[in-house]
Design a protein around this ligand. Structure first.
Ligand code: ZN
Ligand code: ZN
Length: 73
């Protein structure tokens, strides 16, 4: 298993909440406008859970977004 205990800032392809791949197109070197995250609404409450050094760098993955919406926290 790769060592992912160090969340490096360049890991834009990794969800800052769960550490799984976020499937972000921006991380793959493509236009972020085509990323799934550009078409989703991310609640401010969800961003509050993201360490601020990752805000605007790494996308939250779809699973975390949907889990947040499901739980309605
Ligand atoms: Zn996640
Ligand atoms: Zn994205």
């Amino acid at each position: 298993m790769p060592d992912q205990t160090n969340h490096a800032p360049e890991s834009a392809g990794t969800c800052p909440l769960c550490g799984q791949a976020n499937g972000c197109m921006g991380a793959a070197g493509r236009s972020h406008a085509g990323c799934w995250c550009a078409h989703e609404v991310f609640p401010q409450e969800l961003f509050k859970r993201v360490p601020k050094e990752f805000i605007g760098k790494a996308c939250i993955c779809k699973e975390c977004l949907e889990a947040f919406k499901r739980n309605g926290e």
